[in-house]
Design a protein around this ligand. Structure first.
Ligand code: C2E
Ligand code: MG
Ligand code: MG
Ligand code: MG
Length: 286
């Protein structure tokens, strides 16, 4: 395993690089083990319809607490998985877990959709479409309740395989979303070529929106761009009432962020979602 990982890495190190490399190599081995032993979990963060105030879905976010190293952030372990080939088993695990949760929500009468992050590496794998199709049938789910969030970075190259995969996922009825829109690697050309349904504006814009007029102009333009292309817009990273209100005024469709709720384990999320629905409904009727 270590050799497999080492193969993909550079040869010359200084001390700090060596430490970083050793940590990555160690985490790779531990992640491999976690995937085999069921050491990962999913948290869910609510998505709010900014017009009605209703919770309409949740984003599934991978969580990993290693018995030795403690909690490891996705920002650290997802790139390790992507570079080592563990991303495929990890993604299949996340999908299966999230599909199961969606099926339970539906059985319990919660009308929610689930958003799942899909690494760029995965859409280069031709097997993915069959795997997802098989899982839909297994869990007896309508594809339009599953949102697949694709990172912009993975679309920049517009490789033939990636384009084919995305088209096949669209034909199966999945809702396709562009994650971290505007965060970098931006090429607008994929917007005209791809069958996508939703743009998710990167959270960096929400952080400075309240005080920065240029930032507001960019967010407003991104919302207009999305609407002109008949796409829904999601804003992630909403941390204040002021930001929510500004986004509402700009016509943004859906919001996500700590202001509404943090990512939570499934059972906590379910309680939160039920009480949110009841309280918001009470506010709307009042
Ligand atoms: P993302 O898909 O853009 O997810 C949103 C991230 O922003 C999450 O971080 C979430 O906890 C965080 N967040 C949400 N609201 C706020 C807010 O109001 N303020 C701030 N400061 N942060 C907020 P997280 O869970 O650490 O995930 C980081 C990234 O790791 C994700 O970014 C996604 O790219 C990746 N990731 C997480 N889970 C998975 C997974 O299962 N598969 C793949 N391929 N990638 C994943
Ligand atoms: Mg995401
Ligand atoms: Mg994002
Ligand atoms: Mg992100």
């Amino acid at each position: 395993l270590q050799a497999q990982f080492a193969n993909q890495s550079l040869v010359f190190f200084d001390e700090r690089q060596e430490q970083q490399f050793n940590r990555k190599q160690q985490l790779f081995v531990q992640l491999h083990e976690a995937l085999q032993k069921g050491g990962l979990s999913l948290h869910y963060q609510g998505l709010i319809d900014l017009k009605s105030g209703a919770v309409i879905g949740a984003e599934a976010l991978a969580r990993w607490i290693d018995p030795v190293s403690g909690p490891i952030a996705p920002a650290e372990f997802i790139p390790i998985a992507e570079k080592s080939g563990l991303i495929k088993p990890l993604t299949l695990w996340v999908m299966r877990e999230a599909f199961g949760q969606l099926a339970r929500w539906r059985a319990e009468g919660l009308n929610l959709r689930v958003s799942i992050n899909l690494s760029a590496r995965c859409i280069l794998d031709r097997q993915l479409v069959d795997d997802l199709h098989g899982m839909l049938k297994e869990f007896n789910l309508p594809a339009e309740y599953v949102v697949l969030e694709l990172n912009e970075a993975g679309l920049a190259d517009e490789t033939a395989t990636a384009m084919e995969t995305i088209l096949s996922l669209h034909k199966l009825g999945f809702c396709l979303s562009i994650d971290d829109f505007g965060a970098g690697h931006s090429s607008l050309s994929y917007l005209k070529n791809l069958k996508i349904d939703e743009l998710k504006i990167d959270q960096s814009f929400m952080r400075t929106m309240a005080t920065d007029a240029n930032c507001r102009a960019i967010v407003q333009s991104a919302i207009q761009l999305a609407h002109n292309l008949n796409l829904k817009v999601v804003a992630e990273g909403i941390e204040s009432a002021r930001t929510e209100q500004q986004l509402q005024e700009m016509g943004c469709d859906i919001g996500q962020g700590y202001y509404f709720c943090k990512p939570m384990p499934a059972d906590v999320f379910n309680q939160w979602a039920r009480s949110w629905q009841i309280n918001r409904r009470a506010v709307l009727q009042a």
